[in-house]
Structures are given as structure tokens and as C-alpha cells.
Design a protein. Structure first.
Length: 265
């Protein structure tokens, strides 16, 4: 039976989701997906009818898979379309934690990296969430200092460990469908004192590049020739100016792929 969330207290609203209280259980909240899509820290904004449903489906499939794999997440269930029941946070960590396998996106500009460079081991970076400052990256040497010397620094180490664990799991999952997980960003909060994956994991959370050939060589220093970024299945399609119909089609493809995660071991 669907719950009428309009009667519930709104706790917060972001670019793509609304959070409502759960009067039946104060330890949980409802996370409701919106049809909005943004880029450039909110400078670009559109409504794509139906996006909320495919994002909800993708998020549901991925979080259920991660829960099965033993990753600590806030996700509980999604018994109503566009709505997920999640654990309420004790504290939200105002960071985006980015893990990269292949150089793409902003790191090409600020990092001077060659597109397609493969990172082995994975690299992980912390970005402070601030739209006006365009989510600046924390200096790695200072992060290492926090982990080593500051009280509570172990949370940073734990977020990195969870990010890398989650990346390995999802990279292997997408590989079943001949797709390379290029990079992703996750967000965290403290629940019962432990760093926990929160928020959403959808087409706006990662880059996905299909393989360009059968049995690609993905162990070389640069894998650009082995992949097909022109057929990408992520929000870069929106950033790069593809039509909203095309963006919606790409997000729907992601949902069809993650819908098969339930059949993976």
C-alpha cells in the first residue's frame, strides 16, 4: 500500500531528492527521488519526466546488491516506486569521496592526466561539498595527517576502505555486461558511530564506458583504445549537451543493467 508522503514532515530537499520523516520509526526516513537533473554545481538544471523512476530503480538495485555483499549502507528497502526507506543519520559527513580506475572528467584539467590512464591501485580523493567553491579537493598530505594524528581521523581511512571495497564490487558487476566502471563518488554519514554509505548511487554518481571490443586488454597503462567513451552511460551525456531524450535513454539503459545485478553471485 502506497504511503502519502505529502502529509509527512519534510526534513531536507536537495537537487534530486527529498527526505521525509517516518513517524512510525524515528530511526528511519523516506528518501524520494525527483525528475530533476543538474550539472555544473547546479548551474545547469532541467526536468526529465520519468528520471525519478529509473534513478530509484538503479539505486534500489545497486544498494540491494551492496547490502548482499556486506557493504555498510543506510539502505533498507524500496517498497514504493520512487521512494526508499533508509536509516536516519546521526551525522552527515560533508564530503564526496571519489575513487578512480580510469582518468576522465575533471582530473584531466586540474590534474593534467592523460584521458584513459589506468590507476592500479585505485586512487581515492576527498572533495568538500560546496557548490560555490565547486567541491574543492582536500590536499592528500593533509588527509594523511588527519588519519595519522587527529582524533576521529580513522573515519577518513574507513571511508577510503569502503569506497575501494565498493568500487571493486561494482567494477566486477558491470564487467559482466562489458562495461568499465571508470570512477564514482559516494557520500557518507555516521550511523551508530560508524561510517556508512548514504545518499544515492545512480547515473549521476559514476562514469560507465562500454568495452570497445571483445575481450579488451584492461591491464595496460592507458585503456582508452579498449573502451568506447562515445557510448557512455552516465551524466556526462547531459554535461556534454546531449538531448534530454538521449540522456533519459542512457539512464534507462543503466537501470536495465543494474536490474540484472540480482542474478549475480
Amino acid at each position: 500500500m502506497s504511503k502519502d508522503l505529502s502529509r509527512l514532515k519534510k526534513i531536507a530537499e536537495g537537487k534530486t531528492k527529498v527526505i521525509y520523516e517516518n513517524p512510525d520509526d524515528p530511526k528511519t526516513v523516506f528518501m524520494v527521488f525527483k525528475d530533476d537533473i543538474t550539472a555544473g554545481d547546479g548551474a545547469k538544471h532541467d526536468i526529465i519526466e520519468g528520471k525519478a523512476l529509473v534513478d530509484w530503480q538503479t539505486n534500489k538495485d545497486i544498494f540491494e546488491y551492496l547490502n548482499r555483499k556486506g557493504v555498510r549502507t543506510h539502505y533498507i528497502e524500496s517498497s514504493q516506486e520512487k521512494v526508499s526507506l533508509v536509516k536516519k543519520l546521526d551525522f552527515k559527513i560533508n564530503l564526496e569521496v571519489v575513487t578512480r580506475r580510469v582518468a576522465a572528467g575533471s582530473i584531466l584539467k586540474w590534474g593534467g592526466e592523460e584521458e584513459g590512464k589506468r590507476y592500479d591501485p585505485l586512487i581515492t580523493q576527498y572533495h568538500y561539498k560546496d557548490d560555490p567553491l565547486h567541491d574543492p579537493m582536500l590536499d592528500q598530505s593533509y588527509v594523511d595527517y588527519i588519519i595519522r594524528a587527529k582524533q576521529g581521523g580513522e573515519v577518513y581511512a574507513e571511508m577510503k576502505n569502503i569506497n575501494m571495497q565498493t568500487f571493486d564490487i561494482l567494477e566486477a558487476a558491470f564487467a559482466h555486461f562489458n562495461i568499465q566502471l571508470v570512477d564514482f563518488k559516494l557520500e557518507y554519514g555516521l550511523i551508530e558511530g560508524k561510517a556508512t554509505v548514504i545518499d544515492e548511487i545512480t547515473g549521476g554518481s559514476f562514469r560507465l564506458w562500454p568495452y570497445a571490443k571483445e575481450n579488451p586488454n584492461l591491464k595496460q597503462a592507458n585503456v582508452l583504445s579498449e573502451l568506447d567513451p562515445s557510448a557512455r552511460l552516465d551524466k556526462d551525456t547531459y554535461r556534454q549537451g546531449e538531448t534530454l531524450d538521449s540522456v533519459m535513454n542512457k539512464f534507462a539503459q543503466i537501470a536495465r543493467i543494474t536490474g540484472e545485478f540480482k542474478n549475480l553471485a
